[in-house]
Design a protein around this ligand. Structure first.
Ligand code: NAP
Length: 276
C-alpha cells in the first residue's frame, strides 16, 4: 500500500476509510462491518470517524467492526468546534475513546473552526497528547489564513488539515495545498468521489475506459497522485471497498491526467475553501 509520511516520521496508508453515515441504519450494519473489515485486511488501516457521525454511532460501529484489529489501525476522530475548549475537549475525547473501545486516538482533529480561540484548542490538544489520550492532533476545514493563524498561536505540531478535495473541488490547489506541502503537513482529502456525484462525469468515464478501470478508481488515484495526500472514501459494501483499494495501485498515464485537467481545470485564482 502506498503511504504518506506524517511530520513525526510515521507512515500511514495513502488510502483510508471514511465512516460518515455508517452505523445509522440497522439493515446496513452487517454490510458496513464487512466492508470496514475487508478494507483493513486489504491495508486500508487508516479509519476516519467523528463524534458527530450519527452522534457517536459511527465510532461505536468502528469499535464493533474493528475492535480485535485495533493494533493494526490508525484511528482518526474529530471533535465538534464547541467541544474544542480547555474544559470540554478532554470530556469529548474520553467519550470518543469509550465508544471506540480504545485507550488512545492516533489522530484527533478539530472538525471545523468555531468560536473557541485556536490557541486554546492547541493547548487542549497538547495536554491530551501529554496525557497519552491522543498520539497526534490536527484540524479540518481550515483555510490558508486559519492555518497561518494556527501556526502563529503555537500550533506548528498540527499533523494534517482534512479538507474537501477532489476533481470538482480543486480550489485548495491555488494556495492551501502548497502551504500545507511547504509546512510538511499531509492533506486528508474527504469526499474524494464527491459522495458519488462525480462518478457519472463523462471525462472520468472516458479516462476509466482508457485504463480498464472504474470511474471511482480513477477519481481516487487522481487524488492520491498529489504529493502528501491521503484519500478517505466511504464505502458501505465489500465490492466498493475492493474496487477502491485497487485505486492505490493505479498509475494514471499522462494522457489521462491531461484529459482530466482539461475537464476539471486547475483554479486560476484564490477561492475560499469549500466544505460539506
Ligand atoms: P465519498 O467518500 O466521496 O463518497 C461516499 C459515497 O460514494 C457513498 O455513497 C458510497 O456508496 C459511494 N462509493 C464509494 N466507493 C464507491 C465505488 N467504488 N463505486 C461507486 N460508489 C462508491 O464521500 P464522504 O463519505 O462524504 O467522504 C468520505 C469520508 O470523509 C467521510 O465518510 C468522512 O469520514 C470524511 N468526511 C469529513 C468531513 C469533514 O468535515 N472533515 C466532511 C465529509 C466527509 P456506498 O456507501 O454504497 O459504498
Amino acid at each position: 500500500m502506498k503511504t504518506v509520511l506524517l511530520p513525526g516520521g510515521e507512515r500511514v496508508p495513502a488510502l483510508g476509510q471514511g465512516t460518515w453515515m455508517i452505523g445509522e441504519r440497522r439493515d446496513q450494519r452487517a454490510a458496513e462491518i464487512a466492508a470496514l473489515r475487508t478494507g483493513v485486511e486489504l491495508g486500508m488501516t487508516l479509519i476516519d470517524t467523528a463524534e458527530m457521525y450519527g452522534e457517536g454511532a459511527a465510532e461505536t460501529l468502528v469499535s464493533e467492526a474493528l475492535g480485535p484489529m485495533r493494533e493494526t489501525l490508525f484511528l482518526v476522530s474529530k471533535a465538534y468546534p464547541q467541544n474544542a475548549s480547555r474544559k470540554r475537549l478532554p470530556l469529548a475525547c474520553e467519550a470518543s475513546l469509550k465508544r471506540l473501545g480504545t485507550d488512545r486516538i492516533d489522530l484527533y482533529l478539530l472538525h471545523w473552526r468555531g468560536s473557541v480561540p485556536l490557541g486554546e484548542t492547541v493547548e487542549a490538544m497538547e495536554a491530551l497528547k501529554r496525557a497519552g489520550k491522543i498520539r497526534h492532533w490536527g484540524v479540518s476545514n481550515l483555510d490558508t489564513d486559519d492555518m497561518e493563524e494556527l501556526v502563529a498561536v503555537g500550533g506548528d505540531a498540527c499533523t494534517t488539515d482534512q479538507i474537501l478535495y477532489n476533481l470538482t473541488r480543486r480550489g485548495p490547489e491555488h494556495d492551501l495545498l502548497p502551504w500545507l506541502q511547504d509546512h510538511r503537513m499531509p492533506i486528508m482529502a474527504y469526499s474524494p468521489v464527491e459522495q458519488g456525484r462525480l462518478l457519472g462525469h463523462p471525462a472520468l468515464i472516458d479516462g476509466a475506459q482508457r485504463m480498464d478501470a472504474t470511474p471511482a478508481q480513477v477519481a481516487l488515484a487522481w487524488t492520491m497522485q498529489q504529493q502528501g495526500v491521503i484519500a478517505i472514501p466511504k464505502a458501505g459494501t465489500v465490492e466498493h471497498v475492493r474496487e477502491n483499494r485497487a485505486a492505490a495501485d493505479l498509475e494514471l498515464p499522462d494522457a489521462v491526467i491531461a484529459a482530466l485537467d482539461a475537464a476539471f481545470p486547475r483554479p486560476r485564482e484564490r477561492r475560499p475553501l469549500e466544505m460539506l
